[in-house]
Design a protein around this ligand. Structure first.
Ligand code: FAD
Ligand code: DHB
Length: 392
């Protein structure tokens, strides 16, 4: 098999990149380790920055999102007994869209199928070769046969555990990591959301988040110890603990019901530098992970795709290599802003058992700055709704 861009990973980064490249007349093939049903069963992110929304629309894959997604003009941050409303529209004239990653992935698959772009599922033993040459390749096993895709560029969109990042020699990679001593227990239920907007709660019992997928489907999260197991939590346990961590008015109106899904995700901050090596370019979770508090994981994958698509388009249209050469530094500049913001939101709103009383006062002061200063709320709103896609 031969194509222009070989894409490893059929998550949001790989699928969006394939579609954008096709819209620019550039061929690609996507190689995905899992079955499509498995990819579509993963429940992950829910909040889209406006830049992500615009990209989906520009790739003509935003119609269902525009019909079914919920535009949110603000959110509530609750801590130390005080609720603060952050009005995105008033502060930064922007909004976010609440639309699940599962739905985006489905829309992307449908559009790729309609455009005749190949996504090879159930690919095993994926490996990369020739990355420092002009003709790299992707090897794998597919339905019992050995296959190879010869390409001109490889996009590593295979998430945190995929092989792409590891294909960059260890001596050429620098990794930055922070592991948090807790995870998030997520629950999905067919109940009406407790509030029209998201509530982020930094309660002394631990963090809680109230989110949603649509007016009759709610998504809630609780901070839990890293070694906890979702099986330890009955639905009643979850609802009772959530009520304790919410402002009283919200706890009183919380609608409870059976869970459809319950799982724990660990929290991590991670960046690898550089994001390019020879003809390999990393996108999304393959290169960086943020704790979910700032809702940035999926949005960073989308901004990487924005930069990489533009760079490949400039190369194929004009032979201009400048965008590819600066891809890593351009993408990383935005990544580090999201890292800082996600770390800051996480630190401000979570309970850390090993934290000193000094740290506790600093976090309280962080919250009070948001509560009492319009500039504090503006900083939060600007980062949460998404920083611009700067060009370098
Ligand atoms: P992924 O979505 O991970 O896609 C990578 C793809 O590569 C996968 O389909 C995988 O199967 C495939 N792959 C892996 N290895 C191989 C291989 N060897 N060969 C071929 N294919 C391979 N973000 C938020 O903003 N809010 C959240 O609430 C949130 N919750 C999350 C919960 C969990 C459990 C996880 C793991 C992530 C969560 N995230 C959340 C982060 C967000 O989902 C990711 O940032 C986003 O999925 C990144 O997209 P991606 O395409 O880069 O990576
Ligand atoms: C959701 C997840 C997040 O991490 C977040 O910050 C906001 C919303 C969600 O799954 O809806």
């Amino acid at each position: 098999m031969r194509t222009q861009v070989g894409i490893i990973g059929g998550g949001p980064a790989g699928l969006l990149l394939a579609l954008k490249l096709a819209r620019s007349g550039i061929e690609s093939i996507v190689v995905e380790r899992r079955a499509r049903d498995y990819v579509l069963s993963r429940i992950r992110a829910g909040v889209l920055e406006w830049g992500t929304v615009e990209q989906l629309r520009n790739a003509s894959v935003g119609a269902r999102m525009d019909r079914e997604g919920l535009v949110h003009d603000g959110c509530t941050i609750y801590a130390h007994g005080q609720s603060v409303h952050v009005d995105f529209r008033q502060l930064v004239s922007k909004s976010v869209m609440v639309y699940g990653q599962t739905e985006i992935t489905k829309d992307l698959y449908d559009e790729l199928d309609a455009s005749g772009i190949q996504v090879l599922h159930d690919a095993e033993a994926v490996s990369l070769a020739g990355l420092e040459t002009c003709s790299p390749s992707i090897g794998f096993r597919h339905r019992g046969a050995s296959k190879c895709i010869d390409c001109e560029f490889v996009a590593g969109c295979d998430g945190f555990y995929g092989p792409s990042r590891q294909a960059i020699p260890r001596s050429e990679r620098r990794e930055f990591e922070k592991i948090y001593p807790f995870g998030w227990l997520g629950l999905l239920s067919e109940t009406a959301p407790v509030s029209e907007e998201l509530i982020y709660s930094g309660h002394e019992r631990g963090f809680a988040l109230c989110s949603m997928r649509n007016p009759s489907l709610s998504r809630y999260y609780l901070q839990v110890p890293l070694d906890d197991d979702a099986a330890n939590w009955s639905d009643d346990d979850f609802w009772n603990e959530l009520k304790l961590r919410l402002p009283v008015e919200a706890a009183e109106r919380l609608e409870t019901g059976p869970s459809i899904e319950k799982s724990i995700a660990p929290l991590r901050s991670f960046v690898t530098e550089p994001m390019s090596w020879g003809r390999l370019h990393l996108c999304g979770d393959a290169a960086h992970i943020v704790p979910p508090t700032g809702a940035k994981g999926l949005n960073l994958a989308a901004s990487d795709v924005y930069y990489l698509h533009n760079a490949l388009r400039d190369y194929y249209r004009r032979g201009d290599l400048a965008g590819l050469e600066s891809y890593s530094s351009t993408a990383l500049a935005r990544v580090w802003h999201a890292m800082r913001f996600s770390w800051w939101m996480t630190a401000m709103l979570h309970k850390f058992s090993e934290r000193s009383n000094f740290d506790d006062r600093i976090r309280k002061s962080d919250f009070q700055y948001v509560a009492n200063s319009e500039i504090g709320r503006l900083m939060l709103a600007e980062n949460y709704t998404g920083l611009p896609y700067w060009r370098r």
